[in-house]
Write a protein that binds this ligand. Sequence first.
Ligand code: FES
Ligand code: FES
Length: 164
Amino acid sequence: MTTKAIEKVRVSFVVNGRPVTVETAPHRTLLEVLRDDLDLTGTKEGCGTGDCGACTVHLDGEAVCSCLVLAPEVDGREVVTIEGVAEDGRLHPLQEAFIELGGLQCGFCTPGFIMTALAFLNKNPDPTEAEVREGIAGNLCRCTGYDKIVKAILAASDRMEAER
Ligand code: FES
Ligand code: FES
């Protein structure tokens, strides 16, 4: 019996401001392409089924689970990963707040939280605590109990406001 090779597709997109083109089997996910083909391993795989948020990236400015996006879907679009958040060697205020206020322990969930929180704060620059909790409801953390994460996001919103 012969097995037919899966035809590859060419996908071109911009990741963290850099144009890239990959040849990939069409069933592979954005998460796999980012980690395995582009070596952007800051984006984590937790569940692989859209339930934990560890794989969150921005696709055209919206937070998405990259494990649920097929690689061909990102053709011609713009992706930002955790590697694209710091600017000119300076951590983003959100990253600084997570570190200072203990929003991470093992750190596995942190890139996903940062990307979710960043997209959330871009739309809701001055949120209440309840709004923050709702905004990060799709991200799971096994370590922190969420309080420190919420405090970090609220502190970051103040700092981002002050920098505007
Ligand atoms: S790895 Fe994508 S949501 Fe869990
Ligand atoms: S810091 Fe460990 S899972 Fe969130």
